[in-house]
Design a protein around this ligand. Structure first.
Ligand SMILES: NC(=O)c1ccc[n+]([C@@H]2O[C@H](COP(=O)([O-])OP(=O)(O)OC[C@H]3O[C@@H](n4cnc5c(N)ncnc54)[C@H](OP(=O)(O)O)[C@@H]3O)[C@@H](O)[C@H]2O)c1
Length: 318
């Protein structure tokens, strides 16, 4: 019976030097839990936001805290109430519990089966582990909240990041014209994912650059970066356009009359995750990797993530 695991963890909030790697006790496998051998665990910006203590109201932490929400792995043991999964199943999921404590950056985790489903069989373990949180977010924004339709034009701010990379592909698959914004060095990358046009946020007012390629304006603006990039983009919206933001709650935004606004907060939905799995297995969704690191490389991985210059997904292979 496995009672301990090697994990990345911290015992107080703070910067990345608070993270250590070592043995931790595993919780007992409960009625509806599985014991998972982690093959890969994806990183997301929320991992350092939680570690720095900025997210306590929405998500309280219990120390020692193992960070990590995204995971792909193999079921090694099941509790007596587990109904869908079996020992040996290859699964992935977004382990977004009510409390940050038992995250995914470990060799083994105990997790309710309700957070997991079978993994895409065409993606590597690393790509599967990079899919859940970022791609669910992109899907729940662009498709569910944004209702993007074929023939519409979408502007994606942060097209080279984890969320933006999937958003470009989902928008293209929906039949939209895609304009993606990042720095010039990432233009070819965004085109490779399906962007019809790219805009360099450092090259001048974004709305003016968009006007060149979409003179009638854009139907949907998907914001994953906020700040000045968002403010510069608002004028590109059509009069009855839709704006979705992951970071801005809209209270301080002066929106053009008629624009519909939604602040999107992603949540785990197994049907959404399974739909994304099917898109991946059908060849419509790839998860480009920015880098893979062993657990002992966790500081390096977080340093790259916190630079906010990551292109694609960072993944830990414990
Ligand atoms: N509300 C929610 O539920 C939710 C869910 C997921 C993520 N988020 C948030 O959404 C944000 C994006 O997440 P992510 O996982 O995609 O992050 P990420 O992978 O770290 O994004 C990094 C990318 O952002 C680009 N970028 C940085 N500044 C930019 C700017 N001013 N204009 C355009 N692109 C810019 C960078 O491109 P360059 O190197 O070219 O600058 C880089 O490729 C994070 O702040 C995250 O916390 C919120």
């Amino acid at each position: 019976m496995t009672t301990q695991t090697t994990a990345a963890f911290y015992t107080e909030f703070g910067s990345l030097d608070k993270i250590q790697v070592g043995p931790l006790d595993l919780p007992a496998v409960g009625e509806c839990d599985v014991l998972l051998r982690v093959k890969a665990a994806g990183l997301n910006p929320i991992d350092y936001i939680v570690r720095e203590g900025y997210y306590q109201q929405a998500l309280p932490s219990v120390f020692p805290t193992v960070p990590g929400f995204d995971v792909a792995g193999i079921v090694e043991q099941v509790g007596p109430g587990v109904s869908r999964l079996r020992v040996g199943d290859e699964v992935f999921g977004m382990v977004y519990r009510p409390v940050a404590q038992h995250g995914t950056l470990a060799e083994r985790i105990v997790v309710p089966e309700s957070y997991l489903t079978l993994r895409p069989h065409t993606l590597s373990w690393e790509a599967a582990a990079g899919l859940p949180l970022a791609s669910i977010t992109a899907y729940q924004a662009v498709i569910t909240a944004g209702q993007l339709q074929a023939g519409e034009t979408v502007l994606i701010l942060g097209g080279s990041g984890g969320v933006g990379s999937t958003a470009i592909q989902l928008a293209k698959h929906a039949g939209a014209t895609v304009i993606a914004v990042a720095s010039a060095k990432n233009a070819a990358y965004m085109q490779s994912l399906g962007a019809d046009f790219t805009v360099d946020y450092a090259a001048g007012p974004i709305a003016e650059a968009v006007q060149q390629v979409a003179p009638g304006g854009i139907d949907l603006l998907f914001d994953t970066v906020s700040g000045d990039t968002l403010l510069q983009s608002l004028a590109a919206l059509k009069p009855a356009g839709r704006l979705l933001s992951l970071l801005n709650d809209g209270t301080a935004l002066e929106l053009p009359a008629g624009v519909q606004f939604k602040h999107v907060i992603a949540h785990l939905s197994l049907p959404d995750l399974e739909h994304l799995r099917e898109l991946a297995d059908a060849g419509h969704l790839q998860i480009p990797l920015a880098g893979t690191f062993p657990l002992t490389g966790i500081m390096q991985a977080f340093r790259q993530l916190e630079s906010q210059r990551t292109v694609g997904k960072l993944v830990i292979v414990p």
